[in-house]
Design a binder for this molecule. Structure first.
Ligand SMILES: [Zn+2]
Length: 157
């Protein structure tokens, strides 16, 4: 099942590849938090409907709530998808980029496995991978000191 999810993610990212925008446009805004090379290898796509996998078996794995939940953004590997109304919301971009760093550090199959386990054990709001992302986007939007997010992720995850 994990490899099926990853396969769906790769297909989705390929499908939207020509529409993706490089996050290097945030080099100034996120200076001190995300490096230039990290941002050059991260992308976002503005979509009217957030793409989510919904094939048989996912709901049995306890992912029904996540599939049905309304979200403004979602991250698959180095690409995140956001709705048009949040396209200028830097905090959302910051949040999804934390997930890009998590995907990168854990690797795809570990990220998927862990994320599903956390959602099932803690619910979405209290999943540690989400709490980390929400904590860091709040830190950023409060104008607090700059921290290297990739470093932070590698130490705290
Ligand atoms: Zn999140």
């Amino acid at each position: 099942m994990l490899s099926k999810i990853e396969q769906w993610i790769d297909e989705t990212n390929r499908h939207y590849e020509s529409h993706r925008i490089s996050c290097d446009k945030f080099i100034n805004e996120f200076d001190g938090f995300y490096t230039k090379s990290f941002l050059e290898n991260a992308f976002f796509v503005v979509v009217n409907t957030i793409p989510k996998p919904d094939f048989p078996g996912l709901r049995e794995m306890g992912l029904g709530d996540l599939i049905d939940m309304h979200v403004d953004g979602i991250t698959y590997k180095n690409t995140y998808y956001i709705l048009p109304h949040v396209v200028n919301n830097l905090r959302i971009h910051f949040h999804e980029l934390v997930h890009v760093a998590q995907w990168e550090f854990l690797g795809a199959s570990n990220f998927i496995e862990r994320y599903i386990r956390e959602i099932n054990h803690h619910s979405y709001e209290h999943a540690p991978l989400e709490e980390m992302a929400y904590g860091l986007d709040a830190h950023y939007s409060n104008g607090a000191e700059k921290i290297d997010i990739q470093n932070y992720v590698s130490e705290k995850i």
